[in-house]
Ligand binder design. Structure first.
Ligand SMILES: Cc1cc2nc3c(=O)[nH]c(=O)nc-3n(C[C@H](O)[C@H](O)[C@H](O)COP(=O)(O)O)c2cc1C
Length: 306
């Protein structure tokens, strides 16, 4: 019989964020103490068809626990991708059942997977049957204003999912309002697999609360934007780098990822804007970033202003 999966310690993880948690950002968060990093959501269908851009998303160099997040509703595509070996460099395969985006839900993916639990069971069974790696599922409270996260979590456990992550908002809530703190306790009381908290974690107090109710770990998403050193801070570790050094290190990771200065420049702009969020003269500095034309200009800006 398979032994039950357990994290060796409480986990501080980087939450999966489409368009954000690419190779470069995952690596810098890992460097600053994230215990686990999760990729952007990656389409199982696109991987099945060997889409080159999608395959590039699998580049990975982090030293912590590496998780790759798949999405899709076709059990055959999931089985084919997982058994092909292309995910072998990752330690964990996560499955997205929480994305609220119209385009994704309209295609019966993401949080739409919470509508038809029996179909989702088949997809997750295909994942389970084709890998010995730990698998996890990330989901919300429910969709169409139907709250069914407990039933959904139990199904995950029955299929053999090793742990789950709850973002305690409904699909309709998107990212607004507060997470339902009671929901994490309810889920923990109803499943016998580890539960990770995702949603609104920004301080040691939040982490302490998640620990106190029995969560196996926390995921940090929006609070890590422009702030990859948050993992060290939450773990009360000293950050021995200046903000400029952090930004330059992140930018260099991005160059290594894209191997192309134009792509690096356009993708790094949003990160640079996030790095500026608490600056006194942020409005003026952000304007300068928006009007920038080249990577060299970006380096000059960082040298002068960060
Ligand atoms: C820009 C952005 C992209 C996201 N992309 C994903 C994704 O690809 N997969 C996923 O499971 N969740 C995704 N999320 C949700 C986060 O993982 C997280 O659950 C949510 O933001 C709540 O946590 P936070 O308050 O720490 O940000 C995304 C969130 C944001 C803000």
């Amino acid at each position: 019989m398979k032994t039950k999966f357990k994290f060796k310690k409480f986990i501080y993880a980087l939450a999966p964020m489409a368009g954000v948690t690419d190779f470069a950002f995952r690596e810098i968060c890992s460097d600053f103490g994230a215990d686990m990093v999760v990729s952007e959501m990656i389409s199982a269908k696109a991987l099945e068809y060997n889409n080159a851009r999608t395959q590039k998303m699998l580049k990975e160099n982090s030293t912590c626990i590496k998780s790759v997040q798949l999405f899709g509703h076709d059990p055959k595509a999931v089985a084919k991708v997982v058994s092909s070996g292309i995910l072998d460099k990752f330690d964990i395969i996560d499955f997205n059942c929480g994305c609220p985006a119209k385009k994704i839900v309209g295609n019966n993916d993401g949080s739409a997977m919470m509508r038809d639990i029996e179909h989702t069971r088949q997809v997750l069974q295909a994942l389970r049957n084709n890998t010995c790696k730990p698998i996890s599922v990330k989901f919300r409270l429910g969709i169409d204003n139907r709250i069914n996260f407990i039933e959904f979590g139990k199904m995950c456990e029955e299929v053999g999912v090793d742990f789950v992550t709850l973002h305690a908002r409904t699909r309709e809530q998107g990212y607004s309002g507060e997470v339902d703190k009671k929901a994490y306790v309810e889920l923990i009381n109803n499943v016998n697999i580890p539960v990770i908290w995702s949603g609104d974690i920004s301080s040691s107090k939040d982490v302490k609360y998640a620990k106190s109710i029995g969560c196996a770990g926390v995921m940090i998403g929006r609070e890590a934007l422009g702030n990859p050193e948050i993992f060290a801070k939450l773990k009360h570790k000293k950050v021995n780098f200046t903000k400029k050094e952090i930004v330059l290190r992140h930018l260099n990771n991005m160059r290594e990822y894209f191997e192309n200065d134009d792509a690096t420049f356009s993708y790094f702009k949003k990160h640079l804007l996030w790095y500026l969020k608490n600056y006194k003269n942020a409005t003026e500095l952000k304007k300068q970033v928006c009007f920038m034309q080249s990577l060299q200009e970006m380096y000059n800006f960082i040298e002068k202003n960060i």
